[in-house]
Ligand binder design. Structure first.
Ligand SMILES: NC(=O)c1ccc[n+]([C@@H]2O[C@H](COP(=O)([O-])OP(=O)(O)OC[C@H]3O[C@@H](n4cnc5c(N)ncnc54)[C@H](OP(=O)(O)O)[C@@H]3O)[C@@H](O)[C@H]2O)c1
Length: 260
């Protein structure tokens, strides 16, 4: 990668208005944390491009995000692990300011019972999805732009049955540090959020929780007595996008789950 001169980066304090008018691509934006990020970004005045595979869910998410702000909201269906599809998404999105990747599943199975093919798709889509997004974004982001990836506290406190997925989380965190160094000459920042348990369709399905009461009961054992909301998870991404001096950081947002 040849790097020439870069434009000076404005020194800005982290504030939602720093994102006003900026275009943010959210890969994984039709549900959970990505959808909540879309709503917060739109409310902060950003132009939001939501990306996910299921077109119907994406359309519903676009309508929801439109209702939360005045800015333009686009929905572009694509598989985040498909590099060519992502290139098309970024071409369609136009000039971008920031990228958030929340797409990623926790495919699992016990080591001795689970052949590689069974876990490979989940690991590939997380690791190569992050890599592909970063590759597509790196040359399009301006100085001061950022890429924010997703990890989870299972990396610090593993549970049995998801070893390959946890290895994928570790790979994403490694990628974050490496790309933060590699893209620093372009003044593009790369960070990851290491999430604890947040109330989203993903966590409800993973824990077999069917309603709000189930979620509240299950969350009582957490240090703060509840699981986080998708909005609480998503707000961390706005901080990472808007603070121009944060890069190579894995920001843990877990309600203290790493401690107890
Ligand atoms: N919620 C938690 O408690 C928690 C804890 C730790 C880590 N995390 C991580 O945080 C991230 C977001 O989780 P969440 O709870 O918000 O999940 P979610 O509610 O299931 O939302 C995931 C979103 O990503 C999209 N997606 C999945 N695979 C994709 C792909 N290959 N290409 C494009 N879009 C894709 C989904 O839409 P389609 O299926 O239609 O594509 C959906 O919009 C995940 O990486 C998850 O592992 C979450």
């Amino acid at each position: 990668m040849s790097v020439t001169t870069v434009a000076p980066v404005p020194v800005s304090l982290p504030a939602p208005h720093a994102l006003k008018g900026s275009t943010v691509v959210v890969i994984g934006g039709s549900s959970g944390i990505g959808l909540a990020a879309g709503e917060l970004l739109s409310a902060a005045g950003a132009r939001v491009v939501l990306v996910a595979r299921d077109a119907a869910r994406l359309e519903a998410a676009v309508a929801r995000v439109r209702a939360s702000g005045a800015g333009e909201v686009l929905g572009l269906p694509a598989d985040g692990g498909d590099e060519q599809a992502l290139e098309r998404v970024f071409d369609q999105a136009g000039p971008i300011g920031h990228v958030l990747v929340t797409a990623g599943a926790l495919g699992g199975g016990l080591l001795v019972d689970t052949p590689r093919e069974q876990v490979q798709q989940a690991v590939d889509s997380r690791v190569w999805g992050a890599y592909a997004a970063a590759r597509a974004a790196a040359t399009r982001l301006p100085a001061g732009g950022s890429i924010t990836l997703s990890s989870g506290t299972y990396l610090a406190r593993p549970i049995p049955g998801v070893a390959a997925a946890i290895a994928g989380l570790g790979a994403v965190e490694g990628l974050t540090r490496a790309l933060a160094v590699e893209l620093a000459p372009r003044r593009v920042r790369v960070n990851t959020i290491r999430y604890g348990v947040f109330d989203t369709p993903l966590s409800r399905a993973a824990m077999g929780l069917t309603g709000d009461e189930d979620v509240a009961t299950a969350g009582q054992a957490s240090l703060l007595g509840r699981f986080g909301t998708a909005r609480e998870a998503a707000s961390a991404s706005l901080f990472l996008m808007s603070n121009n001096y944060v890069t190579g950081t894995v920001l843990t947002v877990d309600g203290g789950a790493s401690l107890a």
